[in-house]
Design a protein around this ligand. Structure first.
Ligand code: SAH
Length: 487
């Protein structure tokens, strides 16, 4: 059984930090005893640019049976033989998940004393599992991982490559990629979803499995569209436990939605105190500026890329000239809050036909985004690591190619005017960068040049004579009419 985790690095964030995050030194191959055999951790590659950690589990089939817990598949009359002759030693499965939580337990909890700040930040991740038993096949694999922000490549493994007519086996080769998750989140996804896909837990499911599931599912399971399937399979279809888990997940969800409202109120209060001299909070001024620019562009079908909790989508819905509004975000949690804010489930049919919320990452080309009049990226680019920005640039300006693109981002020069902001700090913990006006203009100018757009800049908020406005907006318009029609 084999699983590998790869990350890439930048000069100030070397990929080899993966060793700190996993608490396993890249230069040592290490072995750990687990109840079912030996687990090995080694690094096939450990360079500042790229680092791969591999987890291998040598399953001791006899130990598995001696534990008295090795269920053969299906409990058929040949179960006794199946205990010894089965796929357990070779395929990634629930055993690998157990090894994962044993060997990387601190990493799974997001604990990293050597690099505490990196443990809380998303990083580019690529996970490969060459042989994964997947009941439900590639389609289910996608339904489980994609809502969590993973780009999924999943290929069925043929029963025997020499005899393609025999068809596919129960196994898939899985490749996951994401740049929006922390390592702890990624490990917790695997810890839950590998056994869910395997759907043949090797050990007895006891009551504390519900606790384990809720702990590992924190932050993602309460909002997962396949929550019920995950819960029931994880708990080996023990209905009383499943029901208990579902009830507790619902409580978590409600508690979280309360939190988010508190957060919003806090933000509003903060925004108002920060800008007490001005009547309207900056977020509202930004929204108004965006809507005005969209109206001026004549757009009817609009994408809100990185829509967050859906405030702009909600405002656009009030204007009938916007006939189709699509909010896209990588965060399921944000989309769930957006959908509650919009009351999507209670909306009349006509109104509902104008709006859609879709989960997706802007760091990847997405066919669903083609053919719109305009796209908005409001306070989104600064949430991406700089090396990921070209990917977003291509996805929006190269592939989707709407006629108009609006991009807003903080003007870092203005930060000296926020009295509450300590010098040298960005405005939000998740901002990867904040640009001066010149830096933003240089980026936007180059993007426009590369993709055949014209670009103009609009200040949002009071335009300070020295440091400029708090928010800067670029308005991109595609160059030729011909292209506009084709798009
Ligand atoms: N547009 C909103 C929210 C800005 S916060 C506003 O102006 O208020 C940034 C949003 O971008 C978050 O909701 C975050 O989930 C989303 N985001 C960050 N990286 C993303 C990516 N790669 N793909 C899609 N959305 C992303």
């Amino acid at each position: 059984m084999f699983l590998s985790i790869t990350t890439t690095g930048t000069p100030d964030r070397p990929a080899t930090d993966l060793g700190y995050l996993l608490h396993k030194h890249p230069e040592k191959a290490q072995a750990f005893s687990t109840s079912y055999g030996k687990a090995h951790v080694l690094y096939p590659e450990a360079r500042p640019e790229r680092c791969t950690a591999a987890l291998m589990l040598e399953v001791d089939a006899v130990a598995l049976v001696r534990k008295g817990k090795g269920k053969g598949r299906g409990g058929a009359p040949d179960a006794a033989l199946a205990q010894y002759v089965n796929d357990r030693p070779y395929a990634a499965s629930s055993l690998l998940a157990v090894a994962l939580s044993g060997v990387f337990s601190s990493a799974m909890r997001g604990v990293c004393t050597a690099r505490p700040e990196r443990a809380t930040q998303p990083l580019p991740l690529r996970i490969e599992v060459p042989a994964l038993p997947a009941r439900g096949g590639p389609a289910l694999v996608r339904r489980l991982f994609e809502p969590l922000g993973w780009t999924v490549v999943v290929e069925p493994v043929a029963l025997d490559p020499q005899f393609p007519e025999w068809g596919d086996s129960r196994y898939v080769r899985l490749e996951l990629e994401s740049a929006t998750l922390t390592l702890a989140e990624a490990l917790r996804h695997l810890y839950v979803l590998l056994p869910v896909l395997d759907d043949a837990k090797h050990y007895w499911v006891s009551d504390d499995e519900v606790d384990k599931l809720l702990r590992a599912g924190e932050g993602w399971l309460p909002e997962h569209p396949e929550q019920k399937l995950i819960t029931s399979r994880y708990l080996s279809r023990r209905w009383s436990l499943t029901r208990q888990a579902m009830e507790r997940l619902e409580l978590v969800r409600l508690a979280e939605s309360d939190d988010s409202e508190v957060e919003e109120i806090d933000n509003a209060v903060e925004a108002e105190t920060e800008e007490e001299a001005r009547p309207t909070p900056l977020a509202v001024q930004r929204r108004d500026a965006i809507i005005a620019a969209l109206q001026a562009s004549g757009a009817a079908r609009v994408l809100d890329l990185g829509c967050g909790q859906g405030q702009l989508v909600q405002a656009l819905l009030k204007d009938v000239r916007f006939t189709e509004i699509v909010g896209v975000d990588v965060s399921m949690r944000a989309l769930t809050i957006a959908s509650r804010r919009l009351k999507l489930d209670r909306m009349g049919e006509r109104q509902a036909s104008r709006v859609k919320l879709v989960q997706g990452s802007l760091a990847y080309t997405d066919k669903r985004l083609a053919g719109y009049d305009a796209a908005v990226l409001s306070e989104v680019i600064e949430h991406l690591d700089l090396p990921r920005l070209p990917a977003l640039e291509y996805a929006v300006f190269g592939a989707a190619r709407p006629r108009t693109v609006l991009v807003t981002t903080p003007n870092v020069e203005y930060n000296v005017r926020w009295e509450s902001l300590p010098a040298g700090h960005v405005r939000h913990g998740d901002h990867r960068f904040e640009w001066t006006r010149e830096e933003f203009r240089a980026w936007a100018g180059a993007v426009a040049e590369r993709h055949g757009y014209d670009v103009e800049f609009v200040p949002v908020g009071p335009d300070d004579p020295e440091v400029g406005p708090p928010t800067q907006m670029a308005v991109f318009v595609i160059r030729t009419e011909k292209e506009a029609k084709a798009a």
